[in-house]
Design a protein around this ligand. Sequence first.
Ligand SMILES: Cc1cc2nc3c(=O)[nH]c(=O)nc-3n(C[C@H](O)[C@H](O)[C@H](O)COP(=O)(O)OP(=O)(O)OC[C@H]3O[C@@H](n4cnc5c(N)ncnc54)[C@H](O)[C@@H]3O)c2cc1C
Length: 293
Amino acid sequence: MTDARAIAALTKPGSRVLQLGAGFIGCIIMEALAARGVDLTIVEMGDRMVPRMMTEKAGGMIKQWVEQKGIRVRTSAGVKSIDDGDAEAPVKVTLSTGEVLPCDVVIVAAGVAPNLDFLAGTSIATGRGIRVDNSMRTSVEGVYAAGDVAEGCDFFTGEPLVSAIQPNAADQARVAAVNMAGGDALLPGVLPVNVLATLGLISTSFGQWWGMEGGDNVEHVDTERSRYVSLQFKDDVLIGATSVGMTQHVGVLRGLIQTRTPLGRWKDFLMANPTRFPEAYLGCQQSASAHLA
Ligand SMILES: Cc1cc2nc3c(=O)[nH]c(=O)nc-3n(C[C@H](O)[C@H](O)[C@H](O)COP(=O)(O)OP(=O)(O)OC[C@H]3O[C@@H](n4cnc5c(N)ncnc54)[C@H](O)[C@@H]3O)c2cc1C
């Protein structure tokens, strides 16, 4: 198909569009396509939408929301082949499940990865990105990396992590610049921070939202109102959180995680009432102020 025909199909309400991938970028593209009124099918190989950012329940809730808006979503399904079609449709897509979908356009939103080819044959250590320490130094003296191309250290585990979001790029760039100019700046590590709007449904995940072995966790699921909170703890410290359908105060979850605040008695409060995290946050701040006074 020519570019012009593909663009015409994308701008025509009712065109059959198949999008491969329901990750963060896929959801942004989906939003634009839905606004154009195309007949959209999303195919995601994970068992839920946004599987690399959302818990099973949260991703399932987003899927349900999107389906209610008239978008077909096929999870746990990959694309097996894309073939020329016939008079009925220019393209036929066969899924790993055996389903065959006739469509006008196929969009691939299957993720991004740093292009490291230009480093082949150098001594710069790479993994999924260019390996850097918390000062943004690579394995070669005098060479720094920052942003989407850099693989830093996870805030909690210290494990290598590429976090392709703008605030991370800006923080890493500042630290790299200070150190390149002879300063001594350090990042505390890379903290995953994800905020997503999917056809009007806001979802977030922060820190080690998937939890840890031996850690405590609590979930609040309100399917009817599309509201959800999951909190993950290590001892009395909040290390990760996921929310769906909450637009107010979710930033305090990030604050508690990033400051590694010991929750004390507020942990039991949150285990019993996970949606009441703003109160726990205020309680911790007040205890800290009283302690200082
Ligand atoms: C569709 C989309 C939506 C996004 N939405 C969000 C969001 O809502 N919130 C958020 O926090 N983040 C978002 N991001 C991620 C965010 O854009 C990136 O994390 C951020 O731009 C990373 O900055 P960077 O400088 O590392 O890389 P980039 O912004 O990609 O900049 C790299 C630049 O280098 C240039 N370049 C590449 N190779 C070479 C070369 N060999 N020589 C010279 N120049 C080269 C590129 O052309 C590019 O201009 C989004 C990304 C996409 C794609």
